[in-house]
Write a protein that binds this ligand. Sequence first.
Ligand SMILES: [Zn+2]
Length: 461
Amino acid sequence: MENSRKNFSEWYNEIVELAGLTDKRYPVKGMNVWMPYGFHLMKNIDETIRKRFLEDNFEEVMFPALISRAMFEEEFEHIRGFEKELFWITKGGKESLEDDLAMRPTSEAAIYPMFRLWIRDHADLPMRMFQIVQVWRYETKHTRPFMRSRDIHFIECHTAHENYEDAEAQLQIYRSEWSYFTELMCLPYMEVERPDWDKFPGAVYTRAFDTIMPSGRTLQIGTIHQYGQNFAKNYDVKFAKENGESEYVYQTTFGMSERLVAAIISIHGDDKGLILPPQVAPIQIVIVPIPGKSQNGEKYINELYRSLKDMGLRVHLDSRDSYTPGFKFNYWEMKGVPVRIEIGDREIEENTLTVNLRTQRGRIKIKRDELGRFRDIMKTVSNDLRERASKMLLDNMEGKAMEGQESNVETHIMCRSKSCSEEMERRTNLTMMGHIMNTGKNGKCEVCGNEGRTALFSKPY
Ligand SMILES: [Zn+2]
């Protein structure tokens, strides 16, 4: 790589293309091509998420990408929240459309008119649905692959419940799902309650999952929302209670996106390139043969490859003749493959493998009949990543930035008033992101002295 991670922005722009994640040359602003390696990473993330949602009794759906103006305008404050970000289709062929069609920016306006038809009775509840789709937002700020684009790979859950408590319990389920996903992707986060003036349009409250990038700026990588009956009243989504009375449903949503890829790239990478968490890496193990004199080489390597594959590991054999082992080491390190196996004359003679972990210096030897150890080796890589990522987050919270970067994060005890937040924003030149719910503590507001709680101030992406 030409750029060191000290120049985070340049490093990021270089690695996303060098590693084969995306191609930024697509000639429409803010829309990038998912290259095979990048899309494989995203699909592994999707699969992990899909599997868990299905286990948690969600059903997968696929709604149309277009939403009519009439459907959108049923929506109260929600539409105003998205007004400036919508792409509109106004023509079909040469004719102007009678009712303009919006490209979905998220799917409340698409899904809830159908919930109105599907939900009749308390027996239909809870209704839990998710979809993994593209959404489109007319971003006017500087776009950057996976972090801020106009064509976004999006994962959205929508639920409907009989009462507020059931909706709250659903949010608790989201939290445990989120903690499971981020554990596998080795990403640390803070659960931040967005202030009232910054919550999702139409929500009762919004909890965002924010992480900290090497630039010391925060990135929102997931959100959960309590909608109460706000959307149901707007879309007239009612159910008959057991006593026959009609009531509006209570709703929640959970959203994630390709920003998970942005966080994985940024938080785990180093000067050599990517480091991918084993759980989602397109290739978990690469085998690099070291050319030698042994007659058995090919057989030994092919059998090893087969055995690892049979264990369910994603393994790749780099048998390209035109490159040296040294070139291949650098290449696969840059691509972030968690584990490398080297096989030469000595390994074949000793019946061993030489193994390098992407998170550690040096090499270890393991016996040919100890392949079961690779499960633990994968865990070690994940643990290394988690440890480093958590340390980076904590360092930034304490004002210790990564070398070459400035910390753009501060915490202050704040009350809930907007004027106190604005005062602190002036003092710090940062944005009030909200109160930290999972790790913060209660205390006196640093501006007015009233009851408060630890709040996050940062420069968000
Ligand atoms: Zn205050």
